[in-house]
Design a protein around this ligand. Structure first.
Ligand SMILES: Nc1nc2c(ncn2[C@@H]2O[C@H](COP(=O)(O)OP(=O)(O)OP(=O)(O)O)[C@@H](O)[C@H]2O)c(=O)[nH]1
Length: 841
């Protein structure tokens, strides 16, 4: 440990002013020290050398201390005592430096201690502590300097006048050797004491810190290690553990030791997983992070991820199987091969409007439907079976209009083979392409019927050529598409086409199990006034029987009456048989899957659940305003909306009308079908229209009396249509009224004012000559004088001679009176123009 020996201490000990030391150091070391600055070893050496050796202020440290100690006899150091007289006795023998004015005699050295005590220049009396400090300081400092300069010091030592400077104990040169020894002793002593002092300090410090630490750490460890045990101890020492408690505790301990088995479903919320694993959710999140998944506690993770986490956390994973009502209700097991029987193909006829779908189907079933259809368009799906060479083929009749795209796509999904009707004289048209895409998407085998072959303009080769552009390569061209040239009019090629259908069906190896509960698709549904909800069902597997409990979407009921495609009542319908069923509590949606079930109670439960989900879904749609989309919603405030309520005779039509109407939406007006349902326009429809400002479109339906009265009173518009085109056209018109009209000028012609007549009661009339174009009575006039437009005005009167004229053409004269502007002058040019409203496409 380094002892700092400050400048003022050195000065004090040497009994010289601080300034002197400062100057000394400054002169020799070039450094200006302050009185509090500690001196370096080198500086100390120098200072001591300077004073001790040269000036003889202090010859010997022992003497110095001896002096001091003598002033305090109790603590007098024997060695110092010894040294001092010796030094004093020997001092005159070898004076080293000129003695001060009052050079003491050698014997004068003896009374030195006394003089010391009384001397006015005596350094201030140190107490024991100070003395020790001084000693330490001095000795440490001198330890270095005196050792290094022993010979020199020995030579330079000389007696010092004691009376004046009692601390400057005279030291003789010969004694110096002894002194040196003493110094060595002192040095050793100092060293030891220094160590002792330091050790003490260290020990003291150590006692303050280390034991506490030792204690603390011990406690900590103990605490850490034995916390649970202590708690246990406290718990059980407080009250005596009963036998039951003990058993319970042991059971608990055993359970804890056992590996946790956790059941995880297909998807699980992170927090739920944590609670099942009986761990903190952060642990689960941490594990997920380690697996590279950054998920929050409310997020859902899949089974695989969850099981990885669970296993990581030492749990055994079991898959939680949630048995839904559907699973309990429906037989999902695959049919065994031996139970399967051949079934007839389900065929859909698709194609562009007027290419002859209905005619082909008519020809097939020998019934003429076309003539009875409103507007001559097939407007809803009909399904029927035909028997060809002893084999049944089920046909779905799809509507031809674009509006029925949705229904057609549903039709395609329920079918095995699609007959694509293309008129030989017309070729591939937009809806043909659409049909191709639907069929392809549904992975349905396509057979092309090139119709209207009887027509002289028929060009089947062109049709085939066009087909290849859509990836349909005819068989005769090396592809796999069967093309049948037919004529629905003459019946030519129809039989061959049916043969091809059966052949294709054979290749498809279509099979079903008739000995199970029926399953299939709702082809169509409607509300019949007398019979209630009616659904046309296509059984795809199993057999539907009268009395079966049926569930279709949110509709449930028992099959009361079942009729086949020929209108005959049947008791059962096997695979691929279309039937019309009455008995459902409500109208199902076309395209819904249906199933006959064994448990009616469960079926009703499921329907309730589905209805609830449906409501929630609807509710969600209305509630979809979040902070994220709020801005969008606000922006939509600028958008004009045309709310529409659609009522139709069949469900498919509702969907079709809804889709085509909503498609009319553009940037400025949004058409929104707020409600669509099967059945007559009723009271609640009108109320809804009133509340929402909607118009009601009825398609093949009439309003009931209540609705009629209410609509008249409440100014609700009910528009009834028989043909879908008309409905769409009307809405288009209505939309034009809603659109902000954009106008542009249409120049009609120019007339020059040749003469101006002022007629009383009439005003100014300009006699004009039409230079080019025409001037129309209902047009606007721009008065241009010398190339500058003066005004725009309406025509008040336009006359040819004395007769009013609607318009006057180029090269003719006419009289034009303007509505407001009277200051017409000769030579003015009257430009006739109209403002035309237009709608940007
Ligand atoms: N010459 C000739 N005319 C046909 C043939 N097939 C259908 N047509 C006529 O084409 C028109 C349209 O026939 P539809 O059977 O109604 O056609 P569609 O494809 O069912 O039409 P939508 O039901 O409107 O989709 C009718 O006037 C038919 O008489 C045919 O093979 N030859």
């Amino acid at each position: 440990m380094e002892i700092k020996y400050r400048l003022h201490e050195v000065a004090k000990d040497l009994n010289v002013p601080n300034k002197e030391i400062i100057t000394l150091i400054e002169e020799n070391f070039g450094e200006t020290k302050k009185h509090m600055t500690a001196l370096t070893e080198e500086e100390l050496n120098f200072v001591f050398e300077h004073y001790v050796a040269k000036k003889g202020v202090v010859e010997n440290l022992d003497a110095y201390f001896a002096n001091k100690e003598r002033t305090q006899p109790k603590q007098a150091a024997p060695k110092a005592e010894k040294a001092a007289p010796k030094a004093a006795a020997k001092a005159p023998e070898k004076p080293q430096r000129p003695a001060p004015a009052k050079q003491p005699k050698p014997q004068q050295a003896k009374p030195q201690p006394k003089a010391e005590t009384k001397g006015p220049a005596q350094p201030k009396v140190h107490n024991a502590h100070n003395k020790q400090q001084d000693r330490n300081r001095f000795e440490t400092a001198k330890n270095v300097s005196l050792h290094n300069n022993k010979p020199q010091q020995a030579k330079k030592s000389q007696p010092v006048q004691q009376a004046k400077k009692p601390q400057q104990t005279p030291v003789t040169a010969p004694k110096m050797a002894e002194n040196t020894k003493d110094f060595e002793k002192v040095v050793r002593h100092v060293d030891t004491s220094k160590v002792e002092v330091n050790l003490d300090k260290y020990n003291e410090k150590y006692e303050q810190i280390a034991p506490a630490d030792r204690f603390n750490s011990g406690v900590k460890k103990q605490k850490f290690g034995n916390k649970a045990a202590q708690r246990q101890k406290a718990k059980y020492s407080n009250k005596r553990e009963t036998e039951a408690e003990k058993l319970q505790r042991l059971a608990l301990q055993r359970a804890r030791k056992q590996q946790l088995t956790v059941q995880i479903p297909d998807e699980i919320v992170v927090s739920e997983l944590a609670s099942r694993l009986k761990v903190n959710v952060t642990e689960v999140i941490k594990k997920l992070m380690m697996l590279g998944a950054m998920v929050g506690q409310n997020e859902v993770i899949d089974f695989d991820t969850a099981s990885l986490v669970a296993e990581e956390l030492g749990a055994k994973v079991e898959k939680e199987v949630i048995v839904t009502i559907e699973e309990r209700l429906f037989e999902e097991e695959e049919d065994a091969e031996e139970n399967l029987e051949e079934r007839s193909p389900i065929v859909v006829v698709m194609g562009h409007v007027d290419h002859g779908k209905t005619s082909i189907l008519d020809k097939i079933r020998n019934a003429d439907v076309t003539s009875t259809e409103a507007g001559g368009i097939t407007q809803h799906i009909g399904a029927y079976q035909v028997n060809v060479h002893g084999k049944n083929i089920t046909f779905l009749d799809t509507p031809g209009h674009e509006a029925f795209t949705a229904m057609r796509s549903r039709g395609a999904l329920a079918t095995d083979i699609a007959i694509l009707v293309v008129a030989a004289d017309d070729g591939i048209m937009p809806q043909t392409v659409e049909s191709i895409n639907h069929a392809k998407a549904a992975n349905v085998q396509i057979i092309v019927a090139i119709n209207k072959m009887d027509k002289p303009t028929a060009n089947p080769e062109r049709v085939k050529q066009e087909l290849t552009e859509y990836g349909l390569v005819p068989e005769e061209w090396g592809g796999d598409i069967v093309c049948c040239p037919v004529s629905a009019l003459t019946g030519e090629g129809i039989d061959q086409m049916l043969d091809m259908v059966l052949l294709t069906a054979d290749m498809l190896e279509l099979k079903a199990n008739p000995n199970r509960l029926a399953k299939g698709t709702v082809i169509e549904s409607r509300l019949d006034k007398g019979r209630g909800p009616i659904a046309t069902l296509l059984v795809q597997n199993g057999t539907l029987k009268s009395g079966d409990v049926l569930i279709a979407g949110t509709a449930v009921g028992r099959v009361r009456v079942m009729t086949n495609d020929k209108g005959l009542k049947v008791d059962e319908a096997g695979p691929c048989v279309p039937v019309e069923v009455a008995g459902l509590a409500e109208v199902p949606t076309a395209g819904d899957e249906f199933a006959a079930v064994a448990n009616e109670r469960l079926a009703r439960e499921l329907v309730e659940k589905r209805k609830h989900e449906q409501k929630e879904e609807q509710f969600k749609q209305y509630q979809k305003v979040t902070l994220d989309n709020l801005f969008d919603q606000m922006k939509e405030g600028e958008l004009k909306e045309l709310p529409i309520i659609v009522k139709a005779d069949v469900n498919g039509s509702v969907e079709a009308v809804r889709q085509s109407l909503e498609k009319l939406s553009n940037d400025e007006v949004r058409v929104r079908v707020i409600h669509g349902a099967v059945g007559a326009v009723n009271r609640s429809d009108v109320m809804l229209a009133q509340a929402s400002g909607a118009i009601i479109i009825g398609f093949n339906v009439r309003p009931d009396n209540n609705a009629r009265e209410m609509s008249e009173a409440g100014e609700v518009e009910i528009r009834l249509y028989r043909i879908i085109y008309d409905a769409i056209d009307d809405v288009k018109q209505a939309m034009k009224g809603l659109l902000t009209p954009k106008t542009r000028e249409v120049e009609l012609g120019r007339a020059e004012v040749r003469q101006v007549y002022k007629i009383s009661n009439v005003g100014t009339v300009a006699g004009c000559y039409v230079l080019d174009g025409k001037v129309a009575r209902n047009a606007l006039i721009r008065v241009v004088r010398d190339g500058i437009v003066l005004v725009e005005d309406k025509i008040d009167s336009l006359k040819r001679f004395k007769d009013d004229a609607k318009e006057v053409a180029q090269g003719y004269e006419c009289g034009i009176g303007l509505d407001k502007f009277n200051d017409i002058k000769e030579g003015d040019i009257l430009e006739s123009f109209m403002l035309e409203e237009y709608i940007e496409e």
